[in-house]
Design a protein around this ligand. Sequence first.
Ligand code: UDP
Ligand code: MG
Length: 318
Amino acid sequence: MNKPELSVIIPVYNEEEGLATLFARLYPALDALQTSYEVIFINDGSKDRSAAILRQQFQARPDVTRVVLFGANAGQHLAIMAGFEHSRGEIVVTLDADLQNPPEEIGKLVAKMQEGYDYVGSIRQQRQDTAFRKYASRAMNHIREKITRIKMTDQGCMLRAYSRSIIDAINSCREVNTFIPALAYTFAQKPVEIEVKHEERAAGESKYSLYSLIRLNFDLVTGFSVMPLQMFSMAGIVLSLLSAFFVVYLFIRRLVVGPEAEGLFTLFGIAFFLLGILLFAVGLLGEYVGRIYQQVRLRPRYTVAAVLERDQGLRAED
Ligand code: UDP
Ligand code: MG
């Protein structure tokens, strides 16, 4: 296999119901582009028949298909990282397996890349997700815009295109917890965004629970900014100043009016409020420290059980 023009990277986690439809739409859409391509599927430790279905697809289209099989679930972003490491295209496109981003839109991204951009981000037109997801992600986009230097209208949309130089830069990163579109953005020199269609999930359900969504957003915030930590030191300064004034005021008041014992519950209110803030600050600190800890252990970020590709045939890589 020579180097293709286009690599399409697709992470797969328990997507057995939808894969057949994905293949049926993806390959014709790519054939229509009249360019050389490879599709790289990463099976992210699925517990259903996804791996078997991907093996079959490799048998069916070994000319353009490569499959990386993880030993265990490592998460969408690390799966994409592994895909990047195995990719050889000049243009690399990431796509979800659930058909929420139509594969027919890949051509638009490729055309935009050919205009000379090195990063094509995307904005979902009429996003088809739950109202809660849409609301929460608008809030997160807003926060991320404020505290990082990353400019993205719609950070959650994974249908994106990157140039080879960005992919090489990402491949040299060893981050354990990361957020691909943001990481890529930090290396981009000429980024652009376009609108892409968005559909409801074709089959199965979202692989993100509320818990994993919160974890993911911590990865995004802690991975690209230390401003949350700095905000606590700033708040600490302001609060200490205010309390200093308050102490002086109370002192003078005591001399003038005499001692006061009322307002016990106001005191509780303020104390609990501050306690809440403190706990949050400690937790946030823990988020950073925990990530540093994961990083310094230097364990492999994912385990590759096998790679299916035509040149080498089936290669065990443990
Ligand atoms: N995915 C993955 N590993 C995971 C979770 C998800 O590879 O631990 C894949 C999943 O199979 C899909 C993509 O990442 O191809 C996006 O997941 P999903 O559609 O569930 O996310 P949502 O659209 O709800 O944000
Ligand atoms: Mg989805």
